[in-house]
Design a protein around this ligand. Structure first.
Ligand SMILES: NC(=O)C1=CN([C@@H]2O[C@H](COP(=O)(O)OP(=O)(O)OC[C@H]3O[C@@H](n4cnc5c(N)ncnc54)[C@H](O)[C@@H]3O)[C@@H](O)[C@H]2O)C=CC1
Ligand SMILES: O=P(O)(O)OC[C@H]1O[C@](O)(CO)[C@@H](O)[C@@H]1O
Length: 400
């Protein structure tokens, strides 16, 4: 039975916070304090004190009630007080990579308050789709600490990187009185760097968490497979006029590119680098294709493709596996098509998509591809992406 005297603060009461990390913390015995800038969500959390997570698999549906939760506005002084609470044991985040810098200011103030109150150690785990997200958060937090606070944090706070995998699209709650309910797939995987937690292990075993000493392999496997394939299906699906990623991956043309990228290119590279068992890795890819195809997720291509510049960053889900495949002399044709499609993600409600289109218009696609990918004009890889880009423009009759 959960012992609810222990507390967790989770920054970001959005899809992944309410649909994945929050519920696992509750099941592990924590009272979860959600911290968010969205005052309406916080008001509702404190009013309801519970919400439902709907598991929506293709062949199964059930509901888990999540209780023992509360909310605090992340910009208020109350959050700082919560840091000084002796029962606080763990802090997690799921706010988006760009927001880590903002919440770092609050976390630094909170850690200062905890030190002043002479309270004990704790762990911080950022759960963002980003390699070494907690290390990035730690750097931002340290920018706001005094030397004495830094020394205390070094001794008392574990900052653990992790890999988080569960598809949680925005939910359209059937019951308007329960706007916090969230729809998720049954599958989840939360893998945490054990070494970083050793100094200050969480007081309770985190349910559903896999602790590892080889986090890089898990992170690359997830980002270069799940997120890579999802992004390619979103960008190609968007061009073909599909609304959701399940529609996109059921389209044989899109499916062939996604599967080719995941198995023959990114997958083959990951197997080489991390010595994954080929049979197990193939099953991993099959399972991911099945998850993408779940029609009950209704995951919009515009959500999955959001922030194309972030997704086109070096080392992220598209260029990361491409560079890895090139190291092992593997093909990259399908990955190049996915990258080319990302350059064509002309979605007016996405700021990064708009900025990218403006850059292409002003500077020309040749230069922008070179600047963003790092593949020099005239190189084989640059040529491949450009050719795919031109073919896609022609195929979908896109105006100049
Ligand atoms: N949705 C998904 O399936 C998955 C998402 N992720 C990652 O989780 C993170 C969050 O994604 P989602 O939950 O989908 O996004 P979301 O937009 O549903 O949730 C983000 C939450 O953060 C809050 N927020 C924004 N600025 C804040 C601030 N300064 N202080 C406190 N809260 C703030 C927002 O109000 C929102 O409630 C991202 O890094 C994403 O890549 C990882 C795995 C799966
Ligand atoms: O949250 P991001 O990084 O914008 O990317 C969306 C991706 O994240 C997920 O929501 C969860 O990994 C996937 O569904 C999708 O590939």
């Amino acid at each position: 039975m959960p012992n609810t005297s222990q507390k967790a603060i989770h920054f970001g009461a959005g899809n992944i916070g309410r649909g994945f990390i929050g519920p696992l913390l509750v099941e592990s015995g924590y009272h979860v304090i959600f911290a968010d800038v969205n005052e309406e969500v916080i008001r509702q959390l404190n009013k309801q004190v519970s919400y439902d997570v709907l598991i929506l698999d293709e062949d199964d549906e059930y509901r888990n009630s999540i209780s023992d939760v509360s909310g605090v506005v992340s910009t208020s002084d109350d959050i700082i007080k919560s840091f000084a609470d002796p029962e606080l044991d763990i802090i997690t985040t799921a706010v988006g990579p760009a927001i880590l810098e903002k919440i770092a200011v609050t976390i630094a103030k909170g850690l200062h308050a905890r030190r002043e109150a002479k309270q004990g150690s704790l762990n911080i785990i950022a759960c963002e789709n980003m390699i070494n997200q907690t290390t990035a958060l730690r750097k931002h937090v340290f920018d706001h600490l005094s030397d004495d606070d830094k020394a205390w944090v070094e001794e008392n706070v574990g900052f653990a990187n992790c890999s988080v995998d569960r598809i949680v699209p925005p939910c359209d709650p059937k019951d308007s009185d329960r706007p916090l309910d969230v729809g998720v797939e049954g599958f989840y995987e939360w893998v945490v760097d054990q070494g970083a937690l050793q100094r200050t292990p969480p007081r309770v075993h985190l349910k559903g968490v896999k602790l590892t000493t080889d986090l890089d392999a898990y992170i690359e496997r997830k980002l270069f497979t799940l997120n890579c394939g999802h992004a390619i299906s979103a960008y190609l699906g968007f061009l073909k006029g599909h609304t959701t990623t399940d529609q996109a991956v059921r389209d044989p043309e899109v499916r062939a590119v996604v599967y080719g990228a995941l198995w023959e290119e990114a997958g083959a590279a990951l197997i080489f680098k991390h010595k994954f068992d080929e049979g197990e890795y193939r099953q991993y890819v099959e399972k991911i294709m099945e998850r993408f195809g779940n029609p009950r997720m209704k995951d919009e291509v515009t959500r999955v493709g959001r922030d194309p510049l972030r997704k086109l960053a070096k080392g992220d889900r598209l260029l990361g596996p491409t560079e890895m495949a090139l190291v092992y002399g593997l093909p990259t044709d399908n990955l190049s098509k996915g990258i080319a499609a990302a350059f064509l993600f002309d979605y007016k409600e996405d700021k990064q998509a708009v900025d990218l289109q403006k850059r292409v218009e002003k500077e020309g696609i040749e230069k922008v591809v070179a600047d963003i990918t790092g593949f020099e004009q005239g190189s084989k890889e640059h040529g491949k992406i450009l050719e795919a880009y031109k073919e896609l423009r022609k195929k979908y009759k896109l105006k100049k």
